[in-house]
Ligand binder design. Structure first.
Ligand code: APR
Length: 250
């Protein structure tokens, strides 16, 4: 057992007696798979690239070819990596607790590839194509490597199915995530800087409804001081350990 991960009986009891566990993940849970986070010094995507030039609808209107080049690079990167121990531990946790809701800000699909079911994709999905004009999902679009794909129905440009800055969260995702956060009695915030709203508000919604808050992040965030349990460590270290302890507790 890594000697710096202390999992108390209190947390195991909270998990065992939990009626509804709700988990929110961010890019940190995919970092150990080799997917860059957004805001970490040096390695974060927004340290290297300007989000205003790559992740807004206005930027897409200005230069759709540039945007597609960048998202194809991200798709290619994600296709080449595998889910890690943190993703896999959440699949096991889902099977272990009474009711479980997994909300992710990640667009990489690694939770689903690990086997997680009914994942709420709060910021959309990297591998989905949507018509920029009609907003609908388009499947089987002809994707050649350097052109901007177009909608077979209206001829408009297709765009990656992710939520860009200044855009609303998909209605169903927002509704389901808020409902789960309001209903849960144990809320995990894993691998997120808790800076981007409305996702960053879900933990506060859970806390306002009496839930116990658990944060897993090597760095402190605005949520740390409000958390009942805080693990300043990697998700791929803490989560498998938590499952081991849970199993050992019978
Ligand atoms: N385990 C747990 N946490 C980690 C790990 C790890 N192995 N590695 C890094 N972290 C933490 C970092 O300390 C940081 O606090 O993950 C966090 C990642 O924060 P951000 O880069 O801000 O990413 P995220 O919170 O997911 O961003 C939210 O912002 O750019 C938009 O739409 C994008 O969904 C994204 C949203």
């Amino acid at each position: 057992m890594p000697d710096d991960v202390v999992i108390t009986e209190a947390l195991i009891d909270a998990l065992r007696s939990s009626r509804h566990v709700c988990v929110l993940t961010g890019s940190g849970i995919s970092a150990e798979s080799g997917v860059p986070t957004f805001r970490e010094a040096q390695s974060g995507l927004w340290e290297k690239y300007d989000p205003q030039q790559l992740a807004t609808p206005e930027a897409f209107v200005d230069d759709p070819a540039l945007i597609w080049k960048w998202y194809r690079w991200r798709r290619d990167l994600v296709t080449k990596v595998e889910p890690n121990a943190g993703h896999r531990a959440l699949v096991d946790l889902q099977a272990y607790v009474n009711e479980f809701t997994l909300i992710t800000q990640n667009v990489d699909g690694l939770h689903q590839r690990a086997g997680s079911q009914n994942v709420i994709e709060f910021h959309g999905n990297l591998f989905e194509d949507r018509c920029f004009v009609e907003g609908c999902v388009v499947t089987n679009s002809k994707d050649s490597s350097d052109e901007v794909p177009t909608c077979p129905a209206c001829g408009g440009n297709l765009r990656p199915g992710v939520v860009w800055f200044g855009e609303a969260i998909p209605k169903n995702a927002l509704h389901d995530a808020t409902k789960a956060a309001s209903d849960c009695d144990l809320f995990f915030s894993i691998g997120t800087s808790s800076l981007v709203w409305p996702a960053a508000g879900l933990a506060e919604t859970a806390r306002a409804n009496g839930a116990t808050i658990v944060e897993i992040n090597p760095k402190s965030t605005p949520l740390s001081s409000m958390s009942n349990f805080c693990f300043n460590d990697l998700a791929g270290t803490v989560l498998p350990e938590l499952l081991l302890r849970l199993r050992a507790s019978g």
